[in-house]
Ligand binder design. Sequence first.
Ligand code: NI
Length: 221
Amino acid sequence: MDRLAGLSGAAMERPQTVAERVAGILREAIAKGSLKAGTVLRQDELAARFGFSRMPIRDALRQLEAEGIVSIHPTRGAFVAGMDSAEISEIYAVRELLEVEALKLSCPKLTEAQLTEASAILDKIDVEPDVGRWGTLNRAFHLTLYGACGNARLLGLIEAQHNAADRYVRVLLSNLDYRARSQSEHRKLLAACRKRDVARAVMWLAKHLREGSETLVRSNQ
Ligand code: NI
């Protein structure tokens, strides 16, 4: 008898630490624009506002610094990092060039297993509560669809662009309206791949990337 059989359907939700909760609240406020670029984030003020000690606040700020959302200056302290609109546009333009090419090559050759995997990733995104994981799952979805392109170097270049865009995508996906729209585009893209309709799949991918880029540049103004 499988002693752990009863675990299979259980939701594997890891309890969040105080620092993760604080990071989540700040990330969302920054993504929504309620905390603007340049806003100073003082540990003592945040501790008083949230009713926590300074230690988890400091950990939360370090976490956001690692994600590129917050900058920590040695004397001026932590502040909300600015996003460079020109950089966002460049990354998305390069993503479109590379990913459209990879999709054209991959779409006709995608296996049933790859299509099923892509669909399973979208279902995971729908129920994932952790914003940090959405970016990872979004990347996995895209790379799965390009997985049959047969060019490892092309996939490597695409991954490098995803790394460069990571902090921007995170901000983008914290926006719930955008997340719903993005998921609907993902599903249309996947449906076109299932039908091996390369032209339609490319159209949805290009639209998806342009809207992502435009939404980010807009939220940055
Ligand atoms: Ni996407």
